[in-house]
Design a protein around this ligand. Structure first.
Ligand code: DAH
Length: 338
């Protein structure tokens, strides 16, 4: 009997189980009541008592081996059949709808603008939204009680402390801590005490730029901004500079681009002029350089500032500024592919 049991183990080792049928056949043959192992259990009663201990142990080993092999096969085959299920997926079916979010249109435009200036060697800088009078006004050549301060209706928080009205304040912070050459692009949110309408909001976004080095001229300003709008709107764009006034630049200008909608013919968007204003700019006033510790006899520079909402309105044909801030997912989900 001992030899037969050893043979039985070898036989079971060689049984290959592939399918659910194989599992059931194995169970019937070896583990069921009428199975081979139970036969040996019945015969066990009649064997010589001197052999009982040894044969008993061997019989247990055989039973245990059969049980283990069967359980292992059950586990393997059931996970395999799961895999087979997944192989039945039809890959030609349309995919599940994509509910992932998308970037906000203002972020899309802001990132594009920053990307263009980065290629031109400008580095990114940011400053605080709560500013003191010095950084927002005085260091930018707005004298106390000067009417130019009224150009920007300010939200004051405390005496001499306000929500910044423009990102030009970051210019000051940068000039304070860095000496020329400085070439930086400074995006951020700004606040003005204005009635909310389709064309104005009490907060909006600007991107500021400065370039200060030896011998920087108006020619550099024009060429830099021209390359910028060509990259943003396409090579066919036309620009013009109109004289303007900002306390911190001299001379100052506003830059217009040819209207993207009517291509100069005249339409409602450009108020039939063929031109759209997109930014303010100028040569940094020597007084501003001096106030911020830069020698105007040695260095010169240009600066510019633009509104992100306005450029995004042109690019995406958005008519009402308020839609940027209403968080309506029907509006926001239109920008998935940008
Ligand atoms: N800070 C100006 C504004 O908010 C925009 C501006 C104009 C920024 C001319 C500049 C500049 O840097 O040179 O209206």
């Amino acid at each position: 009997m001992k030899a037969k049991l050893q043979e039985l183990i070898e036989e079971m080792k060689n049984v290959v189980i592939y399918s659910n049928d194989d599992i059931e056949n194995f169970r019937l043959k070896y583990l069921s009541k009428k199975g081979v192992i139970n036969d040996f259990v019945s015969q066990f009663r009649d064997i010589d008592p001197s052999q009982k201990k040894e044969i008993g142990q061997l019989l247990n080993t055989v039973k245990q081996f059969a049980q283990n092999k069967w359980e292992e096969a059950c586990l393997n085959i059931s996970s395999k059949s799961l895999n087979n299920e997944s192989e039945k997926i039809d890959f030609t079916l349309p995919s599940e709808p994509d509910f992932s979010g998308s970037r906000h249109p203002l972020s899309i435009i802001e990132n594009r603008i920053i990307g263009i200036f980065r290629q031109l060697g400008f580095v990114l800088h940011e400053g605080p939204e709560i500013e003191d009078d010095w950084h927002n006004f005085s260091a930018l050549n707005f004298p106390k009680n000067h009417p130019a301060r009224d150009m920007q209706d300010t939200f004051f928080i405390a005496e001499e402390i306000a929500l910044r009205t423009h990102t030009s304040s970051v210019q000051v912070r940068l000039m304070e801590k860095q000496s020329p050459p400085i070439r930086a692009i400074m995006p951020g949110r700004v606040y003005r005490n204005e009635a909310v309408s389709a064309r104005a909001n009490c907060f909006f976004h600007q991107i500021e730029g400065i370039y200060i080095d030896k011998k920087v001229s108006f020619k550099d300003l024009k060429q830099t901004l021209y390359i910028f709008v060509q990259q943003l709107f396409g090579e066919k764009i036309q620009v013009r500079f109109r004289p303007s006034y900002f306390p911190f630049t001299e001379p100052s200008a506003e830059m217009d681009i040819s209207c993207q909608l009517c291509h100069g013919e005249g339409c409602n968007v450009c108020k039939h002029s063929g031109w759209l204003e997109i930014l303010g700019c100028g040569m940094i006033d020597p007084n501003v350089l001096k106030m911020n510790g830069i020698n105007p006899d040695e260095y010169s520079g240009f600066a510019f500032g633009m509104g992100v909402e306005r450029i995004a309105m042109l690019q995406f044909d958005v008519k009402d500024l308020r839609t940027y801030f209403n968080n309506d997912s029907r509006f926001l989900s239109q920008f998935k592919n940008y």
